[in-house]
Design a protein around this ligand. Structure first.
Ligand code: UDP
Length: 315
């Protein structure tokens, strides 16, 4: 790696940072966590460090006064049984998938309990010994009382997905936004893990996502979001701090380098992570130092910081 030969500094704007600390961006959110979000780099299952990190962020967002509902997927467990389910009746396989989401919901609730965050699991399939049945009024009451509500078993119906459950429960709970956690930091023209020319959309209409088959969510979920005027944001759960800082806008007024982790910079026609073109350090508690490896990148780096909605002021 080349040594840094130029310096550009991104400084936390004290006014916007303190303001953001007092007023989170949203009053109530619905977080859609896919099963895959819980498995980290593994092929299936639940990874303890990953779930603990997500839970710590959820706790911070909740303590900032945001009410949080969660719809949890089941892909991480269902993948493990998928080979055996080949050729199985679709509805039966779907019920198995819904049962997988209940297991994830219980794991998540247990992790929340360890982090001193009160929560309730409500299941769309009755399983009274381990979870409350889904009752809308009761779920709303839990949220108002400051409990995280985890919705398990999707919609309770085969032939649907937990994305549709997220749109449905989000609407029923009257949330300000549905936040979908994925492995990438937004919606791209193609899969950025496979296609390096994939470009990230800044905004996108639901119709565009449906017509272009962009795999943000399945078409049923997208149509529901569109018809109900829901706001949806896709973010990367692998970026520490993404939920807390970028989305819920909960800030402590202190700078930390993780704020810039998800930032992409235009470099020779491609969008690349900031870390590939610059060294990011903590200069002092209110200042993040960003040193592009190549001087020519300074304007592009400044633009990326200014265009992000992080409230940072590059100097
Ligand atoms: N599922 C279902 N109805 C629902 C939600 C989920 O039948 O309302 C089943 C479906 O088989 C799905 C599985 O549960 O494949 C796990 O959900 P999903 O694939 O949405 O989980 P994720 O991919 O988010 O982990």
């Amino acid at each position: 790696m080349n040594p840094p030969d130029a310096a550009s500094t991104a400084m936390l704007d004290p006014v916007s940072a303190d303001h953001a600390a007092a007023t989170p961006a949203y009053r109530r959110i619905l977080l859609k966590l896919s099963g895959e979000a819980l498995m980290g780099d593994d092929q299936y299952g639940i990874k303890r460090e990953v779930i603990d990190r997500i839970v710590a962020e959820i706790g911070d967002v909740m303590r900032a006064g945001v009410e949080i509902a969660i719809v949890i997927g089941g892909g991480n467990i269902f993948r493990g049984v998928a080979p055996g389910a080949a050729g199985m009746d679709r509805a039966t396989a779907d019920y198995m998938g819904m049962l997988a989401t209940i297991m994830n919901a219980l794991a998540l609730q247990d992790a929340l309990r360890r982090a001193d965050v009160e929560s309730r699991v409500q299941s769309a399939l009755r399983i009274d010994q381990v979870a409350e049945p889904y009752i809308r009024g009761r779920a709303l009451r839990h949220l108002e009382e400051g409990r995280v509500v985890i919705f398990a078993a999707g919609t309770g119906n085969p032939f649907f997905t937990t994305d549709t459950a997220a749109a449905l429960r989000g609407r029923e709970m009257g949330v300000d936004i549905v936040l979908k956690a994925t492995k990438v930091d937004g919606v791209y023209t193609a899969d950025p893990m496979k296609d390096t020319s994939a470009v990230r959309y800044k905004t996108l209409t639901f119709d565009e996502a449906i017509v272009k088959n962009l795999k943000v969510m399945d078409a049923t979920a997208l149509a529901l979001c569109r018809d109900q005027n829901m706001l949806l944001k896709v973010f990367s759960i692998s970026v520490p701090g993404a939920l807390k800082h970028d989305l819920a806008k909960v800030r402590t007024g202190r700078a930390h380098t993780g704020l810039l982790d998800h930032l992409h910079v235009e470099s020779y026609g491609a969008s690349v992570p900031l870390s590939q073109v610059a060294r990011v350090t903590l200069a002092d508690p209110r200042t993040i130092g960003v040193q592009p490896f190549d001087k020519k990148m300074i304007p592009a780096v400044e633009k990326a910081i200014r265009d992000s909605d992080l409230g940072l002021n590059p100097a």
